[in-house]
Design a protein around this ligand. Sequence first.
Ligand code: PRX
Length: 684
Amino acid sequence: MSPVSDSTNRVIPGPQETEEKIYHPSDGLFTDAHVPDFDAYLAIYKKSTEEPEEFWADVAQEFYWKKPPSGQMLQYNFDVNKGNIYIKFMEGAKTNICYNVLDRNVHERNLGEKVAYYWEGNSPTHHQTITYIQLLRSVCRCANALKLLGVKKGDRVAIYLPMIPELVYTMLACARIGAVHSIVFAGFSSESLCERIMDAQCNILVTADGVYRGDKLINLKKIASEALERCKESMDLCVQKCVVVRHHAFRTNSDASNKLQTPWDESCDIWWDDLMEGVSDECEPEWMDSEDPLFILYTSGSTGKPKGVVHTVTGYMLYTSLTFKYVFDYHHDDVYWCTADIGWITGHSYITYGPLANSATSVLFEGVPVYPHVGRLWEIIEKYGVSKFYTAPTAIRLLMKYGREPLQRFDLSSLRVLGTVGEPINPEAWLWYYDVVGQQRCPVIDTFWQTETGGHVLTPLPAATPLKPGSATCPFFGVQPAILNEHGEELEGEAEGYLVFRKPWPGIMRGVYGNQERFESTYFRKFPGFYVTGDGCRRDKDGYYWITGRIDDMLNVSGHLLSTAEVEAALTEHPSVAEAAVVSRPHTVKGECLYCFVTLKDHKEFNRTLMEELKRKVREKIGPIATPDFIQNAPGLPKTRSGKIMRRVLRQIARNEKDLGDLSTLADPKVVEVLFSQRCEAAA
Ligand code: PRX
């Protein structure tokens, strides 16, 4: 394999056979691959970085343009010293992403009868098949209904729905009429929902009456109503109408429905079915400028306040479509399944936009991996003949615990590619996925990316990239990674440091909603001229990238980013708590979990009731994903003389690492001894 230089003369040599085991694509599995081998990958990568204008112009030809791209393909500034940061891609061209992912499939490609989604409910008895023509009609009905409610181009629509088809209808309906969707994961609390609604000033909220997650009933409308009440209390009720989907599970089951006791406000709430009645299933799309916003998606920020990441129409469309095609080596007879929730970026990019742009058939799954039995995922793979499967390391680690037996009951021979996303995958989980799920036949594609990147940025390609367990391997087309040291100096060859990108690719975020300053300070100020991911990274001698985890105050619980500041703010809201510090601790299933140190106010007692109250507080403020696993009483916290909490020391206490290194900057070293003596062994 010959070394090839990219446009910046950095070498991507390709993997050498060394002492570490490298996994090669199975013979015969990818005879028709889009990228057949590593040399082909290098050639396409070279073109994408040396001639980006031509490269992306070719990609753009696959799409429908109301006004074709002309003039400059890409304009940007990544250097805060040279003025505002901005990225513009094919500005001036006009298109509509909904039209591209639906109408073209139905009217140009004649794929109206092709299945777009196999929807599989939480209960195995609930399922539905949705073809492209049915999807187009449902989306148009929803688009017209939103218009009836007064929604116009540029308006923000909050969507707080479980994984039901109406979630896809609503997001695509927004895209069709030029409204900006802001989807809030339906596991977030009323407070989180309210904060996001207010930040984006949404005027419509779409939710459901309730949902079952496993056997747990969740009264979604109640949470949504509480969120709206909160907005009202803050004198900031921007939402004028709340559209409520009656969930399948409650349509025929009056017992379950009674349990919900759906709160109702006649002046605001309206049932989805009533709204859709008699509405036309045809709707002319709104033709959008390439750089018009498509959606806002909130992600945790290290200050505690979530950031509204903004993506725009064309760059996101091209990038999610292209990555989907190549990273999963998608072909028309594939059945693809991504187990993520659409409430996160993975679902936006790789359940909705990327697959539909490729006319794919996908599984849309509402349930959880272990309900009603621990083989549910394998059962669904067999049921639909899934060939491309994309999940999170946390799900793999959870299912590993049940051993091979649940898999042996099902036929998994349809599988060809296995993907993972969301957090570093430990080699043990990688190997289990490869050996037991993929039966040593399917490559494991470890995709590194972020809400901000819009799509995969470091990733193997199934037939082309020899794999190393735990490495996200090489950059995707058009992506130019670099590794910097603390001083911002670029490191060559084998190196470890900050992972940054030197140039934009079409799918990168365009800003933080309503806050240019935060956009620049979070991603561009530390190292002018680069987009800073916030992740640490190592490059090995073969040029492969290994993500080493976050290097800011963020932690990754079950593939979801949380900010320690956000959890600390929730804890200190409790009247007994004077101060709190939160760090991560490794967890066998979740990857990382929350270990909280709390200092109580004078005369307050640390007991089980308090611990329960603190956990409830965090759940209420953020959501169940942020529930602390460990809460330790901390009579004092290790601080520097200037009063800064030394989190490094707290992390070591949480992990029971006795060798604490240099403690000379601590104001009171005795605190450490006390904290060690009281550390939690078992989860709270
Ligand atoms: O720390 C990295 C981790 O998840 C972060 C992005 O989180 P979020 O914006 O919620 O998006 C998750 C889904 C794309 C990253 O900064 N991360 C994501 N994928 C990987 C990963 N860490 C290691 N390996 C990955 N494959």
